[in-house]
Design a protein around this ligand. Structure first.
Ligand code: IMP
Ligand code: MG
Length: 174
């Protein structure tokens, strides 16, 4: 499918600046910790790659893949871990990296599940926060941008697997 023009919500330069600010906070907060970034596939991979390269502290990375059975554009709450983390997270300081927290169901499931695996701490960093559709209260420790209730794509985020390669965050009408 040819990449059609998608209206901009957050520009490339704003994202770049914000990622640097978040990384600066992480560099301070995790200076003496055992930081492991765990990216939620696939939407977080571009954000995570940029954030990871801005860190100047020792850090490891891993990924999880989740599947939720629901109506397509929203999660149902019935979430399953499709690809589990490869390494032990016992006594590690986990930072979950999300693209978007929408209903909060995914983030809340993942936080609880990683805590059960013996992590020393579990925090969450999301590029985008869509608070208007929240169903489950979940603490977001690091937030890139708060956005209104619209469907966004780009910078790793997809609509039916399209638009992930857009270098900015755009919005589409569904
Ligand atoms: P929730 O917080 O459990 O509802 O799930 C959030 C997940 O839904 C995100 O990680 C995205 O994969 C997906 N999602 C939510 N809103 C959007 C959007 O606007 N564009 C693309 N994916 C979205
Ligand atoms: Mg996601």
């Amino acid at each position: 499918m040819p990449q059609v023009k998608v209206p901009v919500l957050i520009t490339r330069s704003k994202i770049k600046k914000r990622v640097k600010q978040l990384a600066a906070r992480l560099n301070r907060d995790y200076r003496l910790k055992h930081l492991v970034l765990i990216g939620v596939l696939k939407g977080s991979f571009v954000f995570m790659a940029d954030l990871f390269r801005c860190l100047n502290i020792p850090a490891q990375c891993d990924f999880v893949s989740l599947s939720s059975y629901g109506s397509g554009t929203t999660s149902s709450g019935k979430i399953k871990m499709r690809h589990a983390i490869a390494h032990s997270i016992k006594n590690k300081d986990i930072l979950i990296i999300e693209d978007i927290v929408d209903t909060g169901l995914t983030a809340s499931y993942l936080k609880n599940s990683l805590k059960k695996h013996g992590a020393r701490s579990v925090r969450l960093c999301t590029l985008l926060d869509k608070p208007s559709r929240r169903k489950k209260k979940v603490q977001l420790d690091y937030i890139g941008f708060k956005i209104p209730n619209c469907f966004v794509v780009g910078y790793g985020i997809d609509w039916n697997e399209h638009y992930r390669s857009l270098p900015y965050i755009g919005y589409i009408k569904t």
